[in-house]
Design a protein around this ligand. Structure first.
Ligand code: AHR
Length: 521
């Protein structure tokens, strides 16, 4: 990746203004000031949503093993995976895709499992899909996790009747043939759908459409989507990606029927090139830096789309949903490239935390996001191999950031910021976010992007006297440190505490680390 210095300077200025960074005196250490007298937008818990697609071992083997499996399971769902996901309080799961959603026939996935048809998953590895995991299994999973459901409908190859009947099957309370079918399949009570997506990546695998054509199709399909009163989901229009705001513009102007938000996808590729994305492990500092640089671009993309939304939707009725994000590396050697399995390192932990801090800063519009994906695919929480399971550094960051679910964001300023430079290119040395949690406590997250230098950071809170910071830290001895089935605890959270000294609270933030602390008086 080539970073143009002028472009980068402009970018750094933009990032600095996001974080309200002011001019600094070079000799002073960075000072973070949190204004606890103000309150910003609520950090919706759905920002911490996940994505589970019929892709590789994302569902089969990773979540669903079937009741007869020798792997310990709860009614077919891996016990170890379910328990680990419960621990991080996953609020929302998106399913069945992704690209897979636009080829999915929901009727294939209901009724007795041994009678369900086999199809070929043409998007992901050309493998057989036996439809053992379908609508009932998905809703059982979200119930097991205590999460909510985000169902993505098929606009690409389906028709409005199929989509409408799926929603009726899930939410209906009448005695219609479709709802009776659900009852006959063992479920009397309707399920709740929190979000319903109408197509996916309409600009690409969802049909290679133009925004105006998709807007017409959306209006067409949405006309027929009905649920009992009070059980309407939030409807999601499939929006754009990276620098393209034309989808947000077209959809926010020309979709007239039930739309609650527009989705957006952005993946972090170390090189920025799809042909050779970069490796998940064994990288040097150049790709550490470029990966974090790419990640920081999320802020620029959200800003550009918010500008469009603020013009077309000044009342802020629409959400901006980043329903796919995360790292995407070259396929691992010896593995099926279409399964998108990749190792997950300390670098991924920082990517997750930086994205969270950006989402918090834009919580007024970004009400929901889904990392891609939950298990065994791309930037996963969990990797499995037969009966073995390992928690990734990304999982641990979700664990640390739980305190931000439904918290109230607080304004934060950084004075005397350091930059992190490689050659003549620089990034902010720190990414930070502060909020008042649902429990009333003040929380601060700090990410030290520099892999070589620890940073001392002074913390001050307007409106409260804080004397201590305690929480947890994720770091490791190497940029590509990761957990493996043989060594599952190389990257794990460690307890952290700092106390005031002479009225000053100063945090030592190790190189390449993510820290989340509660500040107490
Ligand atoms: O997450 C993997 C794929 O990436 C999804 O199926 C698709 O929507 C995106 O291109």
């Amino acid at each position: 990746m080539e970073l143009k210095p002028v472009k980068l300077r402009k970018y750094l200025a933009a990032v600095a203004s996001t974080l309200s960074i002011s001019a600094f005196a070079a000799d002073d250490i960075p000072l973070v000031t949190i204004d606890a007298t103000q309150s910003g937008a609520t950090i919706h818990r759905d920002i911490y949503g996940q994505f589970a697609e019929h892709l590789g071992r994302g569902i089969y083997g990773g979540i669903w093993v079937g009741k007869d499996s020798e792997i310990d399971n709860i009614n077919g769902f891996r016990t170890d995976v379910v328990e680990a996901l419960r621990d991080i309080h996953v609020p929302l799961v998106r399913w069945p895709g992704g690209c897979f959603a636009d080829e999915y026939r929901w009727r294939d996935g209901i009724g007795p499992r041994d009678q369900r048809p086999v199809r070929v998953n043409t998007h992901w590895g050309g493998v057989e899909e036996d439809n053992a995991f379908g609508t009932h299994e998905f809703f059982e999973l979200v119930e097991l996790l205590g999460a909510e459901a985000y169902v993505n409908g098929n606009l690409g190859t389906g028709n409005p009747r199929e989509m409408a009947e799926w929603l009726e099957y899930i939410t209906g309370t009448s005695k219609s043939a479709v709802v009776e079918e659900r009852r006959n399949n063992g479920r009397d009570k309707p399920w709740k759908v929190a979000y319903f997506g109408i197509g996916n990546e309409a600009w690409g695998c969802g049909g290679h459409m133009q925004p105006d054509y998709y807007a017409d199709l959306y209006n067409h399909f949405a006309t027929f989507l009905k649920t009992p009163r009070g059980s309407e989901p939030r409807y999601v229009a499939s929006g754009g990606h990276t620098t393209d705001t034309s989808w947000t513009d077209e959809l926010s102007r020309n979709i007239q029927r039930q739309m609650d938000g527009i989705s957006f996808h952005f993946y972090t590729l170390p090189t920025g090139e799809w042909e050779d994305k970069g490796e998940s492990t064994g990288f040097g500092e150049e790709q550490w830096f470029s990966t974090l640089w790419q990640t920081m671009r999320m802020d620029e993309f959200i800003r550009a789309n918010k500008k469009v939304l603020d013009k077309n939707d000044p009342e802020k009725k629409l959400g901006f949903y980043v329903d796919e994000w995360g790292t995407w590396y070259n396929p691992e050697e010896g593995r099926e490239p279409g399964f998108l399995y990749q190792q997950n390192t300390l670098r991924d932990a920082l990517v997750a935390a930086i994205n969270f801090n950006i989402f918090h800063a834009h919580a007024d519009r970004v009400h929901m996001t889904n990392i891609a994906q939950m298990v065994n695919v791309l930037q996963a929480m969990i990797l499995t191999d037969e009966d073995k399971m390992v928690l990734t550094p990304t999982y641990h960051v979700y664990d640390l950031y739980q305190v931000f679910q439904d918290a109230t964001s607080l304004p934060l300023e950084i004075e005397n910021p350091r930059t992190y430079s490689v050659g003549d290119q620089s990034l902010p040395g720190i990414s930070a976010s502060a909020a008042r949690g649902k429990d009333g406590k003040l929380y601060l997250s700090l990410v030290n992007l520099n892999p070589n230098q620890a940073q001392s950071i002074a913390v001050r809170v307007k409106g409260a006297e804080v004397v201590a910071a305690s929480g947890r830290l994720v770091t490791a001895d190497a940029m590509d440190a990761h957990n493996s089935f043989d060594s599952p605890a190389r990257v794990e959270p460690a307890a952290y505490r700092a106390d005031e000294d002479n009225g000053n609270l100063q945090l030592e933030v190790p190189a390449k680390s993510v820290l989340v602390v509660a500040l107490s008086s």
